[in-house]
Design a protein around this ligand. Structure first.
Ligand SMILES: [Zn+2]
Length: 180
């Protein structure tokens, strides 16, 4: 995680995102900007379903789609809805460190055993379920995945501004991922 840009002051916000809803999110979450009232959503946030993360921001400020690894490939209609109907023109795509979708295959046995114990599934069904879906959700590493997902979404929605971010579960702060 050495390609991250910390945001400890307004000057750390990359110029292209200052004065935008993405800059505003960083001010609210990292810099304790007072929570202004919002009467409509300004931003779409894509983030992982992981329980260790909570964003500090005002009510009404953002649509949020949560999905394993912040993977929006299978949530495209919801992204389009937020843009088309919700009228947002900015997306913050937020990965995080220690993501469970990295090396998902190593959790195969745990996953299957858990579904059998917790949900009452047959072992074979659970195994088939894992093998069908794990390849769709497995990611190689958090920052590379967010960068590639950002590129994909920029091609798909060319007028929307999209920022690749990481949430560190150690300090609960947001960081930019350096784009080279
Ligand atoms: Zn995760």
């Amino acid at each position: 995680m050495n390609n991250l840009i910390a945001i400890n002051s307004i000057e750390d916000i990359l110029p292209e995102y200052r004065q935008t809803p993405i800059g505003l999110l960083l001010e609210y979450h990292n810099l304790n900007r007072p929570l202004d009232p919002h009467d409509k959503a300004r931003l779409l946030i894509g983030m992982c379903m992981d329980n260790r993360k909570h964003l500090h921001m005002p009510d009404n400020f953002a649509f949020i789609i949560r999905s394993g690894g912040a993977n929006l490939r299978y949530s495209e209609f919801k992204v389009s809805y937020a843009i088309g109907v919700g009228q947002v023109s900015h997306i913050a795509l937020i990965g995080h460190n220690n993501c469970g979708m990295v090396n998902l295959i190593s959790r195969k046995n745990e996953f299957i055993r858990g579904l059998v114990d917790m949900a009452g599934w047959e072992k074979e069904k659970a195994e088939e379920h894992f093998m069908n879906f794990a390849p769709m959700f497995e990611i190689s590493n958090e920052t590379d995945f967010i960068l590639s997902e950002t590129k994909r979404l920029r091609l798909r929605y060319p007028k929307v501004r999209i920022a690749p971010l990481i949430y560190l579960v150690d300090d609960n702060k947001l960081y930019f991922i350096k784009e080279t």
